[in-house]
Design a protein around this ligand. Structure first.
Ligand code: GAP
Length: 439
């Protein structure tokens, strides 16, 4: 966003008028199917139940299900068709998502917690929005919701931002912020949490240009992950089939990363058409039409959404960057973050705490800190200091040594190659900037 003149930034409210969530469809549709074990009361999300089961168990359950309905040719064909169409998806989960098959399949399963068979309730819809109340009275007229996505704050502010920034179509509005979802099963560290950070961008375009911009952002967003060093072979697209699209989407794709626990979505790109702005116009009674001063027409733009989890993407960058390497008979743990992502860009060390070296190192630290996040360390042997910075993913370590006293140069050690070069103290800032922008 910072580097594009066609995208504006926004920080919208977390608590918005409850009608926003009626208009968006969240009150009606933002639900997960949930089942309970009648025996031990454990609660599961139906669509992820299969993730915690071994493949053999799932295959056995499907075999037993088919055996139990062996005279029902229509249902047997429906099951076989679903399995055949699964592609990258888990066929077991596809079967569970079908209300007719789900009931029968659930009766073949043992509860993962207590082990009892046939103890699951039918699936029920569970709304994922956290509710709270405005003011002291906790009645239905005072209900508000913690936003489950940042997108709606962008839609309702579309004309405010467009008017203030004087942007013309096509242009985008982006924001980073907290989103809250009452997830039934949180899991895998930052992958699924109830409170998480999203970074979303809504790109407003003319109807008819939506496909072009959808394809543009689909390519652009995958390239963004690659440009920040994510291993290309661990990234893939997952296009949503037409019958699985969200209620607002005409076309949708997930960018997935291969985590140690399997492939998972890190970003979704949707062609949301004119659904959102039309609905907010209808529910608020206020026009959200864009005025095109060339054609003199007023119309509702189409929206291409890029919706990434900041915390989930961070986890993908984090696991992708983690290496353990053998160096001189010792294991070195290193986070090979792209320099742009590294939380600390450079560490500054005096080789020894005497002979004027700390003073020079402190001066370098103060000068660099104006432009970069840096860290000063004078504790322990230099080798240990390097290792500590490797673990934090710091791309450059700058050491002031005896030669510095003679020629005002320092050693700069690069994290991944561990190679060192001498750089003039007065060139350090330029050196770091060029490394950050050319990597
Ligand atoms: N506005 C569209 C939207 O919110 P989404 O696929 O529900 O789409 C977008 O969420 C991104 O938010 C996901 O790709 C994921 O990275 C992140 N995300 C969603 N639920 C999450 C959760 N419970 N914990 C962490 N990240 C989550």
């Amino acid at each position: 966003m910072t580097y594009r003149e066609d995208v504006e930034g926004l920080d919208a409210s977390i608590l918005m008028h409850p009608k926003v969530w009626e208009a968006s469809g969240h009150i009606e549709n933002f639900t997960d199917p949930m089942i309970d074990c009648k025996q031990c009361k454990a609660r599961y999300r139906l669509d992820v139940l299969g993730d915690s089961m071994a493949d053999k168990k799932k295959e056995k359950a499907i075999r037993e299900l088919k055996e139990s309905i062996k005279n029902n040719d229509t249902l047997l064909k429906k099951i076989d068709d679903k399995i055949a169409s699964a592609g990258n998806d888990d066929p077991f989960t596809l079967l569970l998502e079908d209300s007719e098959i789900s009931k029968l399949l659930l009766s073949q399963l043992n509860c993962p917690q207590c082990g009892n068979k046939g103890t699951f309730t039918d699936a029920r819809k569970f709304n994922l929005m956290f509710k709270t109340f405005i003011g002291p009275v906790e009645d239905s007229s005072a209900v508000v919701y913690l936003r489950p996505e940042t997108a709606q704050g962008i839609f309702v502010n579309f004309l405010n931002v467009q008017g203030a920034s004087r942007q013309k179509l096509p242009f985008g509005i982006a924001q980073i912020g907290k989103a809250f979802r009452n997830e039934i099963n949180t899991k895998n560290f930052l992958f699924r949490t109830r409170e998480f950070e999203q970074m979303e961008m809504q790109f407003f375009v003319k109807a008819g240009e939506d496909k072009k911009w959808y394809d543009y952002w689909k390519a652009e967003r995958l390239q963004w992950f690659k440009s920040l060093g994510m291993t290309p072979g661990k990234l893939r697209y997952h296009d949503h089939p037409a019958d699985k699209l969200a209620h607002y989407a005409k076309e949708a794709v997930d960018i997935e990363y291969e985590f140690p626990f399997g492939w998972g979505e890190i970003e979704g790109i949707h062609n949301r058409t004119d659904f959102d702005l039309s609905r907010h116009e209808e529910f608020s009674g206020k026009s959200l039409k864009y005025f095109d001063d060339q054609s003199k027409e007023k119309f509702i733009p189409y929206i291409i959404e890029t919706s990434a989890g900041a915390s989930r993407s961070f986890m993908a960058f984090f696991v992708d960057a983690y290496y353990e390497e053998e160096v001189k008979g010792e294991t070195r743990s290193v986070l090979k973050f792209h320099p742009k992502l590294a939380p600390v860009k450079a560490a500054i060390f005096p080789l020894v705490n005497k002979d004027g070296m700390p003073e020079i190192a402190r001066k370098i630290e103060t000068d660099l800190r104006k432009s970069f996040k840096v860290f000063y360390d004078d504790k322990g042997a230099v080798g240990r200091r390097y290792r500590r910075q490797d673990e934090a993913g710091t791309p450059f370590c700058i050491t002031v040594d005896t030669q510095t006293l003679e020629d005002q140069t320092v050693t700069v050690r690069e994290r991944d190659s561990m190679e060192q070069e001498r750089v003039s103290v007065d060139q350090l800032s330029v050196y770091l900037l060029s490394k950050l922008h050319t990597s």
